[in-house]
Design a protein around this ligand. Structure first.
Ligand code: ASP
Length: 344
């Protein structure tokens, strides 16, 4: 090539790169400066205005806001999406308002059994714990499983021994006692004795917490933590610690956390389904999330999910009367919603 030709080629290449038509970087949909984003949910279920006092409403909004702000502060300080997800979920786990850790519902035997999972969208590594009774923050144990074992899921006593060996907080099971949750167990038991309601059908038995984050490096993470369903059988594990069912993250598609009747989420691989629709059908995160909730509804399952893509687009569909949910982008205004008729 002559010197003149090569310099013309050089100028053309520079032009193409500068107008974004050609890039030497690997192909990716992630914008150059990701919109750092936090999304959370505090469970789907019978959340209606008539059932909430102004004080209860404020308490829920305040706690969800605190969790979103804690996650966002980490992202703004260049922290990782995993750190942001874990921090936000720990705040919700420490609150009696939500069905996770401190606020966990009771099993049929009057115990609290916790499930949690976390997934890293950049490496597709994941960790989870199930049926644990003494770990103060199950989400941190899930993360430790991901980072310090070659495994994905540890259950029961083995998970608790591992958490203790990692120096995580271990508490007496009594720590999780909550009078409101106890009363709910008694009510559900009474209802089930006096009605023909299908077991696990009621939206009142549900709740879970979840968080998603997109960090400055364009990485996505998802976490989910729950006490499960009120009056569940001893040993029952739901979707929350099952990767692909109640939790999923993949930088190439989205991060998802679900809440609802876990048996439906497990059979439908709900969280992975959102990602798969994006990957194979090239759907937007909103269209994919809506489609999956449509399928859940058609299967007569109850619940909702939050989803976040690598461009910072957020979807929060559900088919229950309400879902505690919210998001914040780039340290801007915090958006929190509770009811089905809230305008997002
Ligand atoms: N999905 C949870 C479970 O089935 C409960 C919930 O989200 O409400 O364990």
């Amino acid at each position: 090539m002559t010197r003149a030709k090569s310099s013309i080629t050089g100028i053309l290449l520079t032009l193409l790169i500068s107008i974004g038509l050609f890039s030497c970087a690997p192909e990716t949909q992630v914008p150059k400066e990701p919109v750092i984003t936090m999304v959370i949910h505090g469970g789907a279920g019978t959340i209606t205005r008539d059932k909430m006092t102004p004080e209860q409403e404020k308490a829920h909004v305040d706690k969800l806001t605190e969790a979103l702000e804690a996650g966002m502060a980490i992202l703004q300080n260049d922290g990782s999406c995993l750190d942001a997800v874990e921090a936000a979920i720990r705040i919700l786990e420490d609150s009696p308002l939500f069905n996770a850790a401190k606020g966990a519902v009771f099993t049929a035997q009057g115990k609290n059994e916790h499930d949690a999972s976390i997934m890293d969208g950049s490496t597709h590594s994941a960790g989870a714990v199930a049926s644990v009774t003494t770990i103060k923050n199950p989400i941190s144990a899930a993360r430790a499983v991901m980072e310090h074992t070659g495994h994905v899921l540890l259950v029961g006593r083995g998970a608790e021994m591992f958490a203790a060996s990692q120096g995580l907080d271990i508490v007496d099971p009594e720590y999780f006692f909550d009078q409101r949750r106890w009363d709910a167990l008694l009510k559900v038991k009474e209802e089930e004795q006096s009605s023909l309601e299908r077991p696990l059908k009621s939206a009142e038995k549900m709740g879970t917490v979840g968080a998603l984050a997109l960090d400055r490096h364009g990485n996505l993470a998802a976490g989910t933590s729950t006490g499960g369903l009120t009056n569940k059988k001893h040993g029952r594990v739901g979707d929350s610690p099952i990767i692909g069912a109640g939790n999923y993250a993949n930088n190439a598609t989205c991060a998802v956390s679900g809440t609802g009747q876990g048996e439906f989420f497990m059979r439908g691989l709900i969280a992975y389904d959102v990602s798969a629709l994006m990957e194979y059908q090239k759907m937007s995160v909103t269209a994919a999330a809506d489609k999956v909730i449509e399928k859940l509804t058609a299967a007569e399952g109850l619940g909702g999910l939050i989803a976040l893509d690598a461009a910072g687009n957020v979807a929060m569909p559900f088919n229950t009367p309400g879902m505690y949910r919210g998001y914040v982008k780039n340290g801007g205004e915090v958006h929190v919603y509770l009811y089905g008729d809230d305008v997002e």
